[in-house]
Design a protein around this ligand. Structure first.
Ligand code: SF4
Length: 151
């Protein structure tokens, strides 16, 4: 077993224990409906802060990031995000900000925040002005970081 796979296995066990103790995820729409659609073939963009946060959990950035034209995105394994074990996100408490805000996404064409119509439960989510501002800040941050990477 490769080193990163061993790390991943350890994280799965720890997080499973946490869920049984507190079970906070049951309040979550996705968990309640057993929906993992947004974690399948993910192309979630990552900020430097997201990456540092996940690295602090012990994961090597090469294990979970892929780079395309300067953008850094979550990697997939077996058709889904490397952090999804088939049931839950194993870094739920430390997931990227884009995952926290999802299904609120940035529509590049219209330059506005929209609720992703690909989410089967799009109508179950409510977003505040604060969430929208948070999304705009995130997009600005990620775009600036990409520019710096390509200098
Ligand atoms: S980090 Fe978690 S929530 Fe985000 S795509 Fe991966 S498994 Fe899903």
């Amino acid at each position: 077993m490769k080193k990163h796979e061993k790390q991943l296995k350890t994280k799965v066990n720890i997080d499973k224990q946490k869920q049984f103790l507190y079970n906070p995820l049951k309040r979550n729409t996705c968990i309640r409906n057993n929906c993992i659609k947004c974690c399948i073939k993910t192309s979630m963009l990552l900020s430097n802060r997201d990456i540092e946060k996940i690295e602090q959990l012990g994961y090597d950035r090469h294990y979970f990031t892929k780079s395309k034209k300067g953008w850094l995105k979550l990697k997939n394994k077996d058709g889904k995000c490397v952090f999804h074990n088939g049931k839950v996100c194993i870094i739920y408490d430390n997931k990227p900000e884009g995952c926290i805000l999802y299904p609120l996404i940035f529509d590049r064409e219209n330059k506005s925040a929209v609720v992703d119509e690909d989410c089967p439960y799009e109508n179950c989510f409510r977003f505040s002005k604060k969430d929208i501002k948070r999304l705009y800040n995130l997009i600005t941050q990620i775009t600036d970081e990409r520019k710096n990477r390509r200098k």
